[in-house]
Design a protein around this ligand. Structure first.
Ligand code: NAP
Length: 327
């Protein structure tokens, strides 16, 4: 099968589309013929060798890509809830291997969900990592209430476009932060207010937001303190020594002194099939949409990575693995 593989880490010239054997599956796994996959920054961070979760991914050579949508072609002996022919989508767990930028992927059955017929493979492949990051932040980690206000910094990217819509579907007031050229798109996603970061510094606002969801990691718990209300939460998607320390310190403080103090939280997305289904259902009933920036062929995956690395994607970058997607 055709797959996008790295044999060594690097910025350029290490990602090759080559023929490799179709993976063999274990008892709890399924084999999926991939129709579409989508790019996340962690794909190229892994390519460069600087991905924080690198040690959990199998040693090189590695097939990149964690998010996909496709059709099951084989099921392991213990797989009870899926059958050959089911169309499914999902995100490879951080442990083991990636492998979505390939004609076939093997994945544990407890990491996938059925794809509703009403949504396309491109829309489904866009969801997993970005959509679940925002879903889990809003519904679990920050426990955003419908009466609350959330500010989303990085609102026009993959994680942010789902964040704006999931928070709105939940009933919350949403303030989106993006560049001037993306204001119109964030308004179309139904954000209540949109701030151009070149003209407005949200950190200067006084006690305005219940949640600051810093998707792009350009703020910090200290700098966001002033703009958070009492009991507010600063959520970052960026796992590094500083954010892990701040989130742990904040969690311990909340145990010792529960109450109205401000929290720092770090989201680490997990593959949860129920969350995939919930997001797909929201898309199916027209409450949210997968914002697709562009679609690249598997052979042109380096161009997709180059675009993602520019940090200028509007929504998600999709890879047409089977060559069958409607653009
Ligand atoms: N912890 C986790 O579990 C987890 C899960 C998923 C993602 N992440 C991380 O979350 C981050 C975002 O991921 P993503 O998929 O959303 O990335 P992305 O789609 O590539 O983000 C691109 C967006 O970033 C925006 N942006 C660039 N500079 C900005 C700035 N200074 N202020 C505000 N927005 C800015 C751009 O908007 P403009 O063009 O309008 O500037 C663009 O729309 C990545 O670092 C990723 O690794 C973490």
């Amino acid at each position: 099968m055709k797959a996008a593989v790295i044999h060594s880490y690097g910025r350029h010239g290490v990602l090759h589309v080559e023929d490799i054997p179709v993976p063999s599956i274990g008892h709890n796994e399924v084999l999926v013929k991939v129709e579409a996959a989508s790019v996340n920054p962690r794909d190229w961070l892994l390519m460069r060798g600087v991905y924080q979760g690198k040690r959990f991914v199998e040693p090189l050579p590695a097939t990149l890509g964690s998010d996909f949508s496709g059709t099951i072609t084989a099921c392991g002996a213990n797989v009870k809830h899926f059958k050959v022919g089911d169309t499914v989508f999902g995100m490879q767990p951080l442990k083991g291997q990636f492998g979505a930028f390939a004609e076939y992927i093997k994945i544990r059955a407890n990491a996938i969900a059925l794809k509703p017929e009403t949504i396309s493979h491109a829309d489904a492949a866009a969801i997993p990592c970005a959509g679940m990051t925002s879903y889990q932040t809003i519904h679990r980690l920050a426990q955003l209430k419908p009466s609350e206000t959330i500010l989303i910094n990085g609102a026009s990217g993959g994680v942010g476009t789902y964040g704006v819509q999931i928070a709105k579907a939940h009933g919350a007031k949403v303030v989106a932060v993006c560049s001037g050229k993306n204001i119109k798109m964030c308004k179309q996603l139904d954000a209540d207010e949109v701030l151009d970061y070149a003209e407005n510094n949200f950190e200067e606002y006084e006690a305005t937001f219940d949640v600051v969801y810093d998707v792009i990691g350009r703020s910090s718990p200290r700098r966001a303190t002033k703009c958070l209300k009492a009991g507010g939460r600063y959520v970052t998607t960026i796992p590094n020594a500083k954010t892990v320390f701040e989130a742990t310190k904040s969690w311990v403080a909340s145990l010792i002194m529960p109450g109205k103090h401000k929290r720092t939280q770090l989201i680490v997305v997990k593959p949860v099939p129920e969350d995939l289904t919930a997001i797909a259902d929201l898309i199916g009933c027209g409450k949210i949409t997968s914002v697709i920036d562009s679609i690249y062929t598997l052979d042109d995956i380096q161009s997709a990575f180059d675009h993602s690395q520019s940090w200028r994607a509007k929504g998600k970058i999709v890879i047409d693995v089977s060559g069958q997607l409607q653009a």
